[in-house]
Design a protein around this ligand. Structure first.
Ligand SMILES: C[S@@+](CC[C@H](N)C(=O)[O-])C[C@H]1O[C@@H](n2cnc3c(N)ncnc32)[C@H](O)[C@@H]1O
Length: 219
């Protein structure tokens, strides 16, 4: 059995952000907790698929954050050639890791000409434009893990801000390691029609993750 080795680590608001490898498997950890692993990405793929399938040909999509790139890769696979996807990643080192060691995991999504990169807090880009979809996987669910500031993405003000940034009929998708009934209630209070689904961490896996797909009513 190969051992996990730490390839790199940098300080971040949520604690040490580190890249680990065991053979061809990779993990990003923050403050000693797993943030994302390369073996189980069924639910991250599903966030991209549910968030982007059926959007208009010139859709504008915001993905935050990059991680190992699976949600971004899936969003691109479910959008047409005229779409534009901006990925907001708070930690520049994650972009560097994706451009060097990790890009092959999700089909080199940063090299896709439809992709632009914003280095910084995804909250700034939610406020900064109008989107057909905003797909959030920056923590382990609707509670701040990567940074205390992320709490503002999931509270009532953050959800009203996201609703205002979406075009009518636009979608907010949020990934989580567990269900959160209070978050579902806050989505409804912010005017979203929201569903939460339990998704396999990997096809056939008993391990489940949770995805909220919340639509801003059309018109
Ligand atoms: C769980 S990983 C994302 C996994 C990704 N969905 C995938 O498919 O690999 C979370 C990422 O969000 C980034 N992040 C955390 N808070 C952020 C924020 N406020 N804005 C942008 N990126 C953020 C982290 O640095 C990390 O790269």
């Amino acid at each position: 059995m190969q051992r996990w080795e730490q390839l790199a680590a940098v300080p971040s608001p949520g604690g040490s952000l580190a890249l680990w490898r065991r053979g061809d498997e990779f993990r990003i950890r923050i403050g000693g907790l797993d943030l994302m692993g390369s073996r189980e990405h069924g639910s991250e793929d599903e966030l991209g698929r549910l968030g982007c399938a059926g959007l208009p040909p010139t859709a504008r999509v915001l993905v935050g954050g990059l991680g190992l790139g699976f949600t971004l890769g899936s969003a691109l696979a479910n959008l047409g050639p005229g779409a534009a996807v901006e990925v907001a990643e708070a930690n520049p080192v994650v972009l560097e890791w994706n451009r060097t060691l990790l890009g092959h995991l999700a089909g080199q999504p940063l090299a896709d000409p439809r992709v632009t990169v914003f280095v910084g807090d995804v909250a700034r880009r939610i406020r900064g434009a109008r989107w057909d979809a905003i797909l959030l996987d920056v923590d382990n669910g609707p509670e701040a893990l990567s940074s205390p500031d992320n709490a503002g993405l999931y509270d009532a003000t953050g959800l009203w801000t996201a609703a205002a940034a979406l075009r009518p009929g636009g979608r907010l998708g949020v990934w989580s390691v567990r269900d959160d009934a209070a978050f579902t209630r806050r989505l409804h209070a912010a005017g979203f029609a929201a569903t939460v689904s339990r998704v396999s961490a990997w096809p056939g896996s008993g391990r489940k993750h949770w995805l909220w797909m919340a639509s801003r009513p059309p018109g």
